[in-house]
Design a protein around this ligand. Structure first.
Ligand SMILES: NC(=O)c1ccc[n+]([C@@H]2O[C@H](COP(=O)([O-])OP(=O)(O)OC[C@H]3O[C@@H](n4cnc5c(N)ncnc54)[C@H](O)[C@@H]3O)[C@@H](O)[C@H]2O)c1
Length: 439
């Protein structure tokens, strides 16, 4: 594997996992009183909530660690991954840390492209963590909701408009039946974001007039094809570089910033005007090197997003909100937030802790299930994901994309009609403005 940069605070996450090792192993307790359990927890659960992990790579294993860390009454009981070596390695690592709260035997690990269905068919699974390549997410969420499982779905939740509509239907179905869906937009539960946006809502920077947001990094991994891999196996293995699987960097990573824009502005914009470029990707990668999007609202406000993978360049992952009386800087990872007035005087500051946010999202999910008040937040993350798709498609095509078009007319459906792991995959191509059309 040719390794470039990996998203996120992998170092801080590793430290956090090490710090919580002892706590996790010691916490073999069942804290949920049956009286408080929601209607969709089985009475046979003996006070535990049984979790299954679907997609057991870096983030999937991290998310399993986070829920086991934050929720002493959670057990990991089953796993699915098309690569069972990866799944077993994750299981072994988690079992070392959490002892008998990880009950996954080899027979509880399912492979194949339909492994997720075998997990969902198990009556002892209450909650599933969905952390495969993003292209599968709408399909996996829909199947999990149909199986009446509670869901933790990593971001992005869709990479095209077809996936967006599937997510909205799943959101409504989960609401109707009383099962939870929490998404991996951890900044929504990070104190330095929550508090800064509360200060903005309280008027500390006056009226919000616009925003800039950046996910600018040095690069991303590229996984070299292994001998004997079919086209489909290879694309799923090297999923970041194929748009039907990752949605390109703007969807796969910058969705964090786009979700922050959605949060601050209270919903999606009316249109996107975008630029972008590609000059240094490996030949078979479909990804562009960078995007720059102006999200425009009907009242004239503009929120600008830029994201890029440029080697040996300056990084920035922050969000800045401009107001009539001041400016709020809300930085990513654990860098904290600060609010100043227009003279530069500091009005408020707080530290950030992304490790705590990764755990907090799983605590919120499990607490909502135990309280019988399941959180269902898929719609907002589907909207943020579609905002990313809208910015991407506007750049790829070189034409303005409106929210109206994306939600009512777009027929963009990238997922193949069949997935045969031993078979062919969509033919990669680079989208070029002037040639590529909005669909
Ligand atoms: N919230 C965050 O900060 C954050 C950070 C990193 C990754 N992520 C998200 O987590 C997801 C996974 O990312 P990752 O870094 O763990 O990737 P990864 O490549 O390390 O892991 C993905 C795993 O899913 C498996 N897989 C892929 N398609 C599958 C399928 N259809 N069925 C079964 N298994 C399948 C792969 O074999 C692999 O083991 C992505 O959506 C990514 O955007 C979120």
């Amino acid at each position: 594997m040719t390794q470039h940069k990996i998203e996120g605070n992998d170092n801080s996450r590793r430290n956090f996992m090490a710090d919580t090792l002892a706590i996790g192993a010691a916490s073999v307790v069942a804290p949920y009183a049956f009286g408080a359990l929601g209607t969709n927890i089985r009475p046979s659960a003996n006070g535990f909530i049984n979790v299954a992990l679907i997609g057991c790579g870096g983030r999937g294993a991290g998310a399993a660690n986070d829920t086991l860390t934050g929720n002493p009454g959670v057990r990991l009981v089953a796993m699915a991954d098309i690569n069972t070596t990866t799944a077993k390695a994750a299981r072994d690592e988690l079992a070392k840390k959490f002892g008998d709260r990880v009950t996954v035997k080899d027979v509880d690990i399912f492979d194949g492209i339909d492994g997720y269905l075998k997990v969902l068919a198990r009556a002892d699974v209450d909650l599933v963590i969905l952390a495969t390549a993003p292209g599968f997410r709408p399909q996996h969420i829909t199947a999990a909701v149909a199986a009446k499982k509670h869901v933790f779905a990593e971001k992005p939740v869709c990479v095209d408009t077809a996936g967006y509509h599937i997510c909205l239907a799943a959101h409504d179905a989960a609401l109707a039946q009383g099962t939870a869906i929490v998404t991996g937009t951890q900044y929504r539960r990070q104190d330095s974001f929550v508090e800064a946006i509360a200060k903005i809502r309280e008027g500390m920077i006056g009226d919000v007039v616009g925003m800039t947001a950046r996910y600018c990094s040095n690069g991303i991994w590229y996984r070299d094809r292994k001998p004997g891999m079919s086209d489909m196996e290879y694309q799923i293995y090297n999923w970041m570089h194929f748009i039907w699987l990752s949605g390109d960097q703007i969807t796969e990573q910058a969705v964090h910033n786009i979700d922050c824009i959605h949060w601050v502005m209270g919903g999606p914009p009316t249109r996107a005007f975008s630029s972008g470029s590609r000059w240094q990707r490996p030949a078979d990668s479909e990804m562009w090197d960078g995007f720059s999007v102006d999200y425009e609202w009907a009242d004239g406000k503009i929120c600008s997003l830029q994201c890029r993978h440029w080697p040996n360049s300056s990084n920035d992952f922050g969000n800045v909100v401009y107001g009539s009386k001041g400016v709020a800087t809300i930085r990513a990872f654990s860098e904290g937030s600060v609010i100043r007035d227009h003279s530069g005087k500091e009005l408020w500051r707080t530290k950030g802790d992304i490790g705590a946010a990764y755990v907090a999202e799983h605590k919120a999910l499990v607490a909502s299930i135990a309280a019988g008040k399941p959180i269902v937040e898929l719609r907002q993350t589907a909207e943020a994901s579609l905002m990313a798709v809208m910015g991407r498609e506007a750049a790829y095509s070189g034409t303005v994309a409106s929210w109206e078009f994306m939600t009512t007319e777009s027929k963009l459906a990238l997922f193949p009609t069949t997935i045969d792991l031993q078979g062919s995959a969509p033919t990669p191509f680079v989208r070029r403005p002037g040639e590529y059309k909005l669909t």
